[in-house]
Design a binder for this molecule. Structure first.
Ligand SMILES: Cc1cc2nc3c(=O)[nH]c(=O)nc-3n(C[C@H](O)[C@H](O)[C@H](O)COP(=O)(O)OP(=O)(O)OC[C@H]3O[C@@H](n4cnc5c(N)ncnc54)[C@H](O)[C@@H]3O)c2cc1C
Length: 444
């Protein structure tokens, strides 16, 4: 069996490794248009944070690892066309057009930081840095810039704002919603972070939509929003990523948002063609199909597609949109439904927000924790964490609780370890800790 995978990033590589595990004799070929392999998209943030010495250190897979698994790869190989009737792919490699046939095809071509809605977003001082070469260019541009405008207050934009302000840059951050990180946290949870952002001198422009970007004569670049304009030395695009799938043929059905339509087994409308990662929508926290471009989803969909190559065996079980990061001195994490988002579902939810101590020591730090649960069944639907201590791993426990449809009552009996250095009498993520202390008016 010859399995061709378009795109050698998280989804493509995860699929390739899993195909090798399941099909010892398969020929596995990765086609990747970048010249280097396995760059981690937030490598530039790791570099600015002094966690790595060079962008080259931000890699999640090496050529040697692929060689060891007998996975072939072609770098600088750009797929231009696919013919899913004849099962043939056309790609550019070393300035020559090449053809390759497949038995099974996995499309893992991911996404780009693009905004078609914003005119001027292709200018060279408008920085995107998901890819290695883009990150190199952005690094140089930021070094020579004093004032930087960030468009988008999602995880990329807020992390960038924190890292740039620490380099004494002047930062303006523009977000069209009422508050930053709105996909992951409710407004009541975000207050300390927004406060820290303004305390640190960030010019936070909320509820403002960018209409266009324009280069000025004096090397400045202007971002236009309504009547107002912000002139700075460079702009960072922290807006949502979008798939880039110009090479598909008409046999492959797309959604309105240009993602590839797949079934539960990640099969497309063309026979023997699968799609994974940032190319597809997933069943999200509200159980509707949504676009959730995250590495955890890319890896998991890659693994599931590999399991379904021969016959539909393993359905993909959706995404709780689990994230964790460290910004402006706070560790924040989120999984599942937020209270704000619940308004768009037909669920009636209740919430509880509480500050819990993390250890049994007198000087213990605390964590603010918000639970979102179904008002009638008490099933846990979402959780948000915020602390100055590193509590990020705790979100995975709660993500698992959501995935396995645990109720508040189930969670009361969760068997968590006790050690006075690391826990209090009742673990911070055990519902008993707030059940015992909560005042009914805390609930909404
Ligand atoms: C700055 C930044 C930081 C991020 N940080 C995080 C994070 O910390 N955690 C997290 O969960 N998510 C993060 N994300 C989101 C994450 O990058 C994506 O969800 C993830 O990369 C998706 O993986 P993928 O394999 O589906 O696609 P991609 O990583 O987009 O990879 C697709 C690959 O396909 C290749 N390709 C595309 N078209 C072709 C073609 N025609 N021919 C050949 N090859 C092609 C591309 O070159 C690319 O290597 C971040 C995103 C950005 C922009």
């Amino acid at each position: 069996m010859k399995v061709v995978i378009i795109g050698a990033s998280f989804a493509g590589v995860a699929a390739a490794l899993e195909v090798r595990k399941l099909h010892k004799d398969a020929d596995i070929i990765l086609l990747e248009k970048q010249a280097t392999l396995g760059y981690i998209p937030n490598g530039l943030h790791l570099y600015w944070d002094n966690k790595i010495n060079a962008l080259d250190d931000a890699r999640f897979i090496t050529k040697e690892q692929l060689d060891r698994h007998e996975i072939q790869y072609y770098l600088s190989a750009t797929v231009e066309k696919i013919n899913t009737t004849q099962k043939i792919i056309t790609y550019d490699y070393l300035e020559k057009e090449e053809l390759i046939a497949y038995d099974k095809l996995i499309i893992a071509a991911g996404s780009r930081q693009l905004s078609e809605k914003i005119d001027g977003s292709e200018h060279e001082r408008v920085l995107k840095y998901k890819r290695y070469d883009e990150a190199q260019a952005a690094l140089a541009k930021v070094q020579e810039s004093r004032h930087i405008t960030i468009i988008g207050g999602g995880q990329v934009g807020v992390e960038a704002a924190d890292l740039l302000i620490r380099q004494q840059k002047q930062v303006t951050l523009i977000e069209s919603m009422d508050y930053v990180l709105f996909k992951y946290l409710d407004e009541d949870m975000i207050q300390p972070i927004e406060q820290k952002m303004t305390d640190n001198g960030i010019d936070l422009k909320l509820r403002q939509t960018v209409s266009s970007i324009e280069a000025e004569a004096d090397h400045k670049i202007s971002v236009h929003l309504g009547e107002e304009s912000v002139a700075s030395d460079a702009v960072i695009m922290g807006v949502n990523v979008r798939p880039n799938l110009h090479f598909l043929d008409e046999q492959i059905d797309l959604h309105m948002d240009q993602t590839i339509a797949v079934d539960r087994y990640l099969r497309t409308s063309a026979e023997d063609v699968f799609a994974v990662g940032d190319c597809i929508q997933l069943s999200g926290p509200g159980e509707e199909m949504v676009y959730i471009p995250l590495i955890n989803n890319a890896v998991r969909t890659g693994i599931v597609a590999a399991a379904n190559l021969i016959k539909p065996a393993v359905p993909f079980n959706g995404s709780s949109r689990t994230i964790g990061t460290h910004v402006f001195g706070y560790y924040i994490a989120s999984t599942g439904l937020t209270e704000g988002e619940s308004l768009f579902t037909n669920r009636t939810v209740k919430t509880c927000r509480q500050e819990v101590r993390l250890t049994s020591l007198p000087q213990s730090d605390t964590m603010t924790l918000k639970w979102v649960y179904d008002a009638s069944t008490h099933e846990l639907l979402g959780a948000q964490l915020l602390s100055t201590s590193n509590i990020l791993e705790k979100i995975n426990t709660l993500a698992l609780a959501i995935q396995t449809k645990q109720t508040l009552e189930d969670l009361k009996q969760a068997d968590y370890f006790f050690h006075p250095l690391y826990t209090q009498m009742v673990s911070a993520t055990n519902l008993v800790s707030w059940m015992a202390e909560r005042a009914d008016e805390d609930e909404s």
